[in-house]
Design a protein around this ligand. Structure first.
Ligand code: NDP
Length: 395
């Protein structure tokens, strides 16, 4: 039996992961499940999956969970806070850790799992954006495995040869073509973007996801974060990554080789495919996703991204090129700005404005030789700055 810790079990990725685990109950067992505040859903998941541990990041929610599970026979041990998340990321009985907490809040437990030499199934792209060097180093130094869950990165991983860590040039790769759905607003007139509501921004045409990543998808910041993620995962730079808008979300990304070959991975837009791939790798597993019928897909479209409409994508490319603390600042400012947009404090174009102004306001610092505490301090300073900018815009 393979033991799995699911960080962010109550989210969109967490629920899909538990679906794959249920389909293969003879092979996988949920050892620990975590959430932030949704004690009701976590209680329900605990009754169905009977994990040994349940963690609520929020202490009050942990108390609620204890009440909800008081009558459960063999009740899981209930932990709380970041310490609880880190504890279940390194359990000896967990072989795999699904890192599916949203935002930089996922960094500490993800890093802990890598340092404990686990197979880390990485959905939490923000961890790599904030602390790419630290996380990659932890993976290499501790014999951990880092398998991408983001559908694009999982597709690229599948299209690369097994020895891609020798360097993309060494294995004949010319460039990575990172596909993007374009989100719900990709063909909206620019002058209407200020009127977009949180509901419209979250109404993704092809993917059902959590609210933060849905807004990131609407601004294309998600693709920007993914560019940075791809640089770390595949040891490349922005000159070797091209973003291609592909509204049908059937091709999940492509790798172009020197000899003219282009390899792509296709499938229905359903996260159970990359999750099952990463859980079974190097083998294959039934994910429950219906097979792709090319005749019903009929045609596939491709467009260049419009950086005027999607300034967040340009900001992320710039941050990736600048390096240092710029990606961490970009991520923190974006998290604050997206939360403010969802709370209707700023409009959608305000997200790029807050991120751009935060990047301009803070000095870029080198990260080489720096540890986690330094990066968390950078993250906090960027949040403080972005919050001030949000307040100024909201007044
Ligand atoms: P959701 O918002 O649906 O779920 C987030 C999960 O994280 C929930 O379990 C939530 O708990 C928990 N959580 C939120 N804040 C905290 C915190 N401060 N501390 C601990 N736990 C917390 O997000 P998604 O599942 O959509 O996304 C998760 C990650 O996966 C993100 O990094 C996203 O970019 C990435 N991803 C998602 C994809 C998707 O299809 N959804 C595709 C590719 C990548 P609670 O329910 O209690 O709030």
């Amino acid at each position: 039996m393979i033991g799995v810790t699911v960080l962010g079990a109550t989210g969109s990725i967490g629920v899909s992961t538990l679906d794959v685990i249920t389909r293969h109950a003879d092979r996988f067992r949920a050892i620990a499940l975590t959430a932030n505040t949704d004690a009701e859903q976590l209680a329900d998941q605990c009754r169905r999956h009977r994990p040994k541990y349940a963690v609520m990041a929020d202490a009050d929610a942990a108390k609620r969970l204890r009440g909800l599970l008081a009558d459960m026979p063999e009740c899981p041990e209930i932990l709380s806070g970041v310490a609880g998340l880190e504890q279940v990321a390194v359990l000896p009985e967990s072989d795999f850790v699904m890192a599916a907490i949203v935002g930089a809040a996922g960094l500490r437990p993800t890093l802990a799992a890598a340092r404990a030499g686990k197979r880390v199934l990485l959905a939490n792209k923000e961890s790599l954006v904030v602390a790419g060097a630290l996380l990659m180093e932890a993976v290499a130094d501790n014999g951990a495995e880092l398998l991408p869950i983001d559908s694009e990165h999982n597709a690229i991983f599948q299209c690369l040869p097994p020895n891609f860590a020798d360097g993309l040039e060494a294995v004949g790769v010319k460039r990575i073509l990172l596909t993007a759905s374009g989100g719900p607003l990709w063909n909206w007139p620019i002058d209407r973007l200020a009127s977009v509501t949180p509901e419209q921004a979250c109404a993704h045409p092809t993917w059902a996801m959590g609210r933060k990543i849905s807004v990131d998808s609407a601004t294309m910041m998600n693709k920007g974060l993914e560019v940075i993620e791809a640089c770390w995962l595949f040891g490349t730079d922005t000159d070797h990554i091209e973003v291609v808008v592909h509204p049908q979300s059937v091709i999940h990304s492509l790798v172009q080789y020197e000899d003219g070959s282009v390899l792509a991975q296709l499938g229905h837009p359903d996260m159970r495919t990359p999750i099952a791939h990463a859980m079974a790798w190097p083998h294959r597993l039934d994910s429950g996703v219906t097979p792709l019928d090319l005749f019903s897909v009929a045609h596939l479209d491709f467009h260049k991204p419009d950086l005027l409409r999607f300034p967040c994508l340009g900001l992320a490319f710039d941050a990736a090129r600048i390096g240092g603390t710029a990606p961490a600042v970009l991520n923190a400012a974006n998290e604050v700005a997206v939360a403010a947009f969802l709370d209707r404090l700023i409009d959608l174009p305000g997200i790029a404005a807050v991120v751009g102004e935060t990047l301009a306001a803070l000095p870029n610092e080198t990260v080489s030789g720096q540890g986690l505490e330094f990066l968390l301090d950078v993250d906090q300073r960027a949040r403080n700055c972005a919050q001030q900018l949000v307040r100024a815009r909201a007044n």
